[in-house]
Design a protein around this ligand. Structure first.
Ligand code: PLP
Length: 359
């Protein structure tokens, strides 16, 4: 990133400094292509996961007038917003109680389309529960009906192995800051030949799919983060730290850990203790110096009950008592122990009745 800032030139300029800046952008594009088993020329850099999702969904649907968008409560508000903005017909797919897309319901929806083109939006792993989704199986069902699949992988790059060809998707969105890259940069990969129109017009950068001077230092940082995490060597360590936290809280409190038996992201823990409201937990942990989030926190900072947990059939009282604890590249075992201790101390104060037997 510092190299790019020092260059300071526009990557579209033909002078030497411009070519140096171009090299930063293209090196990062190649790093991302290698990390996802795709081609560099099929990658468009964006301002983040939100824009990558919007470009895929709105940009593709402009060219598919008979599309029916299939989506579920798993999806991030960036995806839901883009679907709404597209004005396309929609059909919502159910979730199972394990927090994964219900493939039977998807099959039924695909049978009911009356010749229209299915366009499935299915994220790779959920941002609240960390639960990994059956993307390859769902994509196979959609392809059998000549449909298209967009996958929001903002949560998985740098944490899970990704191969766009094996997953069988047509579009995949990424965000750099979810795995240690800088904020405000992301990318969209699309299958060669998949329908895609720009949603912003201007200077024609990024093969005319995303006009605007590239965020060269951000893109350079994105590429560097990909290079550092390419072998996914840190993943087991993060999982160990997350598992330590869960083992400590489970040993002393009657908590529910969502997705515990499912394949999950290594650093995500979503847990609830009935009667211990999400916002109280977030505040108590903050006072103890531990930063956690409620299951779903909108940008205004207010805590809103999670659509994902509700769609999994979690009762309101329990869903209203859920928090999301995320561990990452900078976390340590001591952090997870401190988080567990702080959470248990606050839980004992807030819901003493839940601890009666053990005290
Ligand atoms: N999609 C998912 C699953 C996310 O978790 C996020 C980030 O919160 C986004 C999209 C949006 O990404 P960005 O913040 O880079 O726009």
């Amino acid at each position: 990133m510092l190299t790019a800032l020092d260059i300071g030139a526009n990557p579209s300029s033909v002078h030497g400094e411009g070519r140096d800046a171009r090299r930063v952008v293209e090196t990062a594009r190649t790093s991302l292509a290698n990390a996802i088993g795709g081609r560099a020329e099929d990658i468009v850099f964006t301002s983040g996961g939100t824009e990558a999702n919007a470009l895929a969904i709105q940009g593709a649907l402009k060219l598919i007038p008979d599309a029916v968008v299939l989506w579920s409560d798993l999806e991030h508000s960036a995806v839901k917003g883009a679907i709404e903005a597209s004005g396309a017909q929609q059909r919502k797919i159910k979730l199972t109680s394990e927090g994964i897309l219900d493939l039977d319901d998807l099959g039924n929806a695909l049978e009911d389309l009356g010749g229209k083109t299915p366009f499935l939006c299915l994220m790779h792993a959920n941002n609240e529960t960390g639960i990994v989704q059956p993307v390859a199986e769902a994509a196979r069902l959609v392809r059998e009906k000549d449909g298209l699949v967009h996958c929001d992988a903002a949560q998985t790059l740098g944490k899970l192995k990704i191969n766009v060809g094996l997953l069988g998707v047509d579009y995949m969105a990424f965000s750099a800051h979810k795995f240690g890259g800088p904020q405000g940069v992301g990318a969209l990969w699309f299958r060669a030949g998949a329908p895609l129109k720009p949603i912003m017009l201007g200077g024609g950068q990024e093969r005319s799919l995303r006009s605007g001077t590239e965020n060269v230092s951000g893109i350079g940082g994105f590429g560097a983060a990909i290079d550092v995490t390419a072998e996914l060597t840190g993943v087991e360590r993060v999982q160990e730290i997350r598992d330590r936290f869960e083992a400590l809280v489970e040993a002393s409190a009657p908590v529910t850990i969502f997705g515990k038996t499912s394949e999950r992201l290594p650093g995500t823990s979503n847990l609830a203790l009935e009667g211990f409201k999400s916002e109280t937990q977030v505040m108590a942990m903050d006072l103890a110096g531990v930063a956690v989030s409620a299951g779903s926190a909108c940008s205004s900072g207010k805590v809103r009950q999670s659509d994902v947990l509700t769609a999994m059939g979690v009762p309101d009282e329990l869903a209203g008592s859920a928090i999301r604890v995320s561990f990452g590249w900078a976390s340590t075992l001591a952090d997870s122990e401190k988080a567990a201790e702080s959470w248990l101390a606050a839980a004992k104060r807030a819901v003493p009745s839940a601890f009666k037997e053990s005290t």
